[in-house]
Design a protein around this ligand. Structure first.
Ligand SMILES: [Zn+2]
Length: 217
């Protein structure tokens, strides 16, 4: 979920993952150039500064995006339920892009946490175990390999995007955790994720709000 999209909301909006591949390519190019310079020379020093600038540029862009997104959530929602990554152990996956995504997600969660604390609202990390397997409509668990992007329940027939189904389960667990679980009188189906909007990263960066721009798009 952190790989394909940055965040899936239960209200049907998914924010796309920030694409910094151009910046990363540039960094790698400058690093290669640096490796060819003679250590300690003036040119080496000049190139070293260029590499440092690339690093700073990456950091600034990532941080700006995460700040705007977490700020938006903290103002817009009284409660946010998220995967507790200490439990999820995302770092067990080896590849660089996954590790990077995981690190960015951790940073994002820390920002969310302090912003929610500041607003006096609920930031609820929940145990994500089984949230992708569990059906948001009936609760029955079914095995689902990582490449299957669609949740299709063999028990009740409910279908939804894999991450949206998981996001809903996470929300339900979060609500239960603060003692505001869905009661019998609020059937789960009325609140099930139905939307399918995908929000480009540039909306968050330029307007600071994924929702406004999603509507105007
Ligand atoms: Zn089901």
């Amino acid at each position: 979920m952190r790989i394909l999209k940055h965040a899936h909301n239960t209200d049907g909006i998914a924010v796309e993952l920030l694409d910094l591949s151009d910046e990363r390519e540039r960094l790698e190019r400058e690093q290669r150039t640096l490796s060819r310079k003679q250590h300690g020379s003036n040119n080496y020093e000049k190139q070293r500064r260029r590499v440092a600038e690339c690093h700073a540029d990456l950091r600034r862009k990532r941080s700006d995006f995460l700040h705007k997104l977490s700020h938006y959530y903290a103002l817009e929602y009284d409660l946010v339920a998220v995967e507790d990554l200490n439990v999820a152990g995302m770092l067990q996956f080896g590849s660089n892009s996954r590790n990077r995504a995981s690190a960015a997600w951790r940073t994002f969660l820390r920002m969310l946490e302090y912003k929610y604390e500041r607003e006096g609202t609920h930031y609820v990390p929940v145990n994500p175990r089984g949230t992708t397997k569990e059906c948001a409509a009936c609760g029955v668990s079914s095995e689902k390999p990582i490449w299957v992007r669609e949740h299709s329940c063999p028990s009740c027939g409910f279908t939804a995007d894999r991450d949206r189904n998981a996001a809903y389960n996470i929300l339900v667990r979060g609500l239960k955790q603060i003692g505001a679980g869905c009661s019998e009188s609020t059937p789960v189906k009325t609140a099930l994720p139905t939307g399918n909007a995908s929000v480009p990263v540039k909306c968050v960066i330029e307007a600071g709000s994924p929702v406004l721009t999603a509507r105007s798009a």
